[in-house]
Design a protein around this ligand. Structure first.
Ligand code: HEM
Length: 465
C-alpha cells in the first residue's frame, strides 16, 4: 500500500520552498540531496511539489512502463511559448502522428547520406584554424552543428539566415536557466528589457522560419529532407500541415538538433584536453584506422574508442542534464503516493555519476565502455537521450555526427584550455558552459601523408552499440 507521507527531502522555506535552480550551484545541491536522501527525495520549488528519482528502475517506470501516466513537465510546457506544438512539446495523438511523419528522416540509410555533409562541413569549419590561436570551442561547435542540421533537415545553406537563427537561439537558451525555467508563460509578456529582447529574437526567428517554409512551398521541390516530408504529408482527410504546425516542427528540430550535439562536442574537447592518455589513445585509433585519410561513415564501426569517448563525455557532461514529467494522475513510486500534477525529475547528471553503477564515477575513462562493464548496467543508469516512446528521435544521428566530427577534427588539431579560464556547467534547459570553452589550438603533424578529404559513400550501417 502506498503511504501518504512525502519521501525524505530538504525542509522547505515559507512560501518559496527550496528553489535549488535559483541557487549558485544547482548541480552540487542536487548531488548533496541525492547523497543525503537516496533513491527518491522530495522538495518544493515555490508552489510546485517535485519528486526527484535516483534509481534506474523508478526512471524506467516513468519513461517506459508507466509512461501513459505522465505528461511533459512544466519547463517543457512553458517552452511552448516559442516552440509551439512541435515534437518535443506535443502530446497524445497529435504527437504520435508528427513522430511517425518525422521518423523516416532518421532512418539508417539516410544517416549514411548525411555523413558526407557532416564530414565536409567539419573539414571546412577548421580549414582556417591556425596553430597557436585561441578559440571558443563551444561557439565553434554551435556554428558547425547548426550549419549541419539546417542543411540536412531543411536544405538551408549557411549564411545570414543561420547567423540570425544562431543568435536568437543562443539568447533563448542563455535566458532559460534558474528560476526562469518554471515561471508561468504570462511573465514573458512583462515589459522588461531582457524579455523584450527575447520576444524580438523569437519574432526574427519566426520570420526566418516562415521564409524557409514559404520558399520550399513555392518551389514545390521535394529534396527528400525532413521539411519535404512534413510539407508533403497529408491527413486521412487529405489536409496538409498548416504553416503554423510546420513552423513549430522546424523551430523544434533547429533547437533540439544542434545545441545538444554542440554541447556534447564542446564538453568532449574539454575532457580530452584534461585527459592526455585518453586523447593519445584516441589519436592512435584514428591514425590506425584512417591512415591519414578523411573519416567516412563506413569507418565508424571500427572507431570503437572514438565512440566510447562520445559516450563517456555524455556520461560526465550529459547535454540534457535532466528529463522531467508531470504526473497526469495519482501514481505510486517507491511506495509513495504521488498526487496528480506533481513534477517528477530524473537527472542524467546525478545517475551518470552514481558510483553504484560507475566505479570511480568522476574519472573520464572511455575504456569503461569497452570492457563489458557497462553492458551489465540496469537500462536507465545511463540515459543521455531519455527513453521510452519519447526517446530522442535524433539519438543515432547525434551519435554518428559527434563521432564523425571528432574523427575529422581530432587528427588535425589538439586543444588546450586557456590558463585561468573557468569552465562552469550551468543547468539551463541543457547543460551549457557558462563562459564558453576557451582553448588554444595546436596543429598536429599529418600522420600518413597529407590527409586527403576523400569522401566516399558507404552503405555500412552505423548503429549505437
Ligand atoms: C547529443 C545530442 C542530443 C541529446 C543529448 C539529446 C537529448 C534528448 C533527450 C534527453 C530527449 C528526451 C526529452 C524528454 O523525454 O523529455 C530528446 C528528445 C528529442 N530530441 Fe534530442 N538529443 C540530442 C540530439 C538531437 C538531434 C540531433 C535531434 C534532431 C536532429 C534531436 C531532436 C529531438 C526531438 C525532436 C526530441 C523530441 C522527441 C519526441 O518527444 O518525440 N535531438 N533529446
Amino acid at each position: 500500500m502506498p503511504h501518504n507521507a512525502f519521501p525524505p527531502g530538504p525542509k522547505p522555506r515559507f512560501l518559496i520552498g527550496n528553489m535549488p535552480l535559483a541557487g549558485a550551484d544547482p548541480l552540487a545541491r542536487f548531488e548533496a540531496w541525492a547523497r543525503e536522501y537516496g533513491d527518491i527525495f522530495h522538495y518544493r520549488a515555490a508552489w510546485l511539489p517535485v519528486y526527484f528519482l535516483n534509481h534506474p528502475d523508478y526512471i524506467e517506470r516513468v519513461l517506459v512502463t508507466q509512461q501513459q501516466d505522465f505528461l511533459k513537465d512544466r519547463v517543457i510546457q512553458n517552452s511552448r511559448w516559442f516552440l509551439g506544438q512541435g515534437l518535443l512539446t506535443n502530446e497524445g495523438s497529435s504527437w504520435l502522428r508528427q513522430r511517425r511523419l518525422s521518423q523516416p528522416a532518421f532512418h539508417r540509410d539516410r544517416l549514411a547520406m548525411y555523413a558526407k555533409t557532416i564530414a565536409e562541413y567539419s573539414h571546412e569549419a577548421v580549414s582556417s584554424w591556425r596553430d597557436g590561436e585561441v578559440r571558443d570551442l563551444h561557439q565553434d561547435m554551435m556554428e558547425l552543428t547548426l550549419r549541419i542540421v539546417a542543411k540536412l533537415l531543411f536544405g538551408v545553406e549557411v549564411g545570414e539566415q543561420t547567423q540570425r537563427v544562431s543568435h536568437a537561439l543562443n539568447l533563448l537558451m542563455k535566458h532559460s536557466s534558474g528560476i526562469r525555467m518554471i515561471l508561468p508563460p504570462i511573465v514573458r509578456y512583462l515589459p522588461l528589457p531582457t524579455l523584450i529582447r527575447m520576444r524580438r529574437a523569437i519574432s526574427r526567428l519566426d520570420d526566418t522560419v516562415y521564409t524557409i517554409i514559404r520558399q520550399r512551398r513555392a518551389s514545390g521541390e521535394d529534396t527528400g529532407d525532413l521539411l519535404s516530408m512534413l510539407i508533403a504529408a497529408r491527413d486521412e482527410d487529405g489536409t496538409q500541415m498548416s504553416d503554423r504546425q510546420l513552423r513549430d516542427e522546424v523551430m523544434t528540430f533547429l533547437l533540439a538538433g544542434y545545441e545538444t550535439t554542440a554541447l556534447a562536442l564542446s564538453w568532449m574537447w574539454y575532457l580530452l584536453s584534461q585527459n592526455r592518455s585518453a586523447e593519445a589513445e584516441l589519436h592512435q585509433e584514428l591514425a590506425a584506422v584512417l591512415k591519414g585519410r578523411a573519416a567516412t561513415f563506413g569507418d565508424l564501426p571500427q572507431l570503437r574508442f572514438t565512440e566510447a569517448v562520445v559516450k563517456e563525455t555524455m556520461r560526465l557532461y550529459p547535454p540534457a542534464w535532466s528529463v522531467a514529467r508531470e504526473a497526469a494522475r495519482e501514481v505510486e513510486i517507491a511506495g509513495y503516493r504521488i498526487p496528480a500534477g506533481s513534477n517528477i525529475v530524473m537527472s542524467q547528471w546525478i545517475m551518470h555519476r552514481d558510483q553504484r553503477y560507475f566505479p570511480d564515477p568522476h574519472k573520464f575513462d572511455p575504456a569503461r565502455w569497452l570492457n563489458g562493464a557497462t553492458q551489465r548496467l540496469p537500462r536507465y543508469a545511463y540515459f543521455p537521450f531519455g527513453g521510452g516512446p519519447r526517446l530522442c528521435i535524433g539519438a543515432s544521428f547525434a551519435m554518428m555526427e559527434a563521432a564523425l566530427v571528432l574523427a575529422t577534427i581530432a587528427p588535425k588539431f589538439s586543444f588546450r584550455l586557456l590558463p585561468g579560464h573557468l569552465v562552469k556547467p550551468v543547468p539551463s534547459i541543457t547543460l551549457r558552459p557558462q563562459h564558453g570553452i576557451k582553448m588554444s589550438v595546436h596543429e598536429l603533424p599529418a600522420t600518413a601523408g597529407e590527409p586527403q578529404h576523400e569522401l566516399t559513400d558507404s552503405a555500412v550501417p552505423y548503429k549505437m552499440a
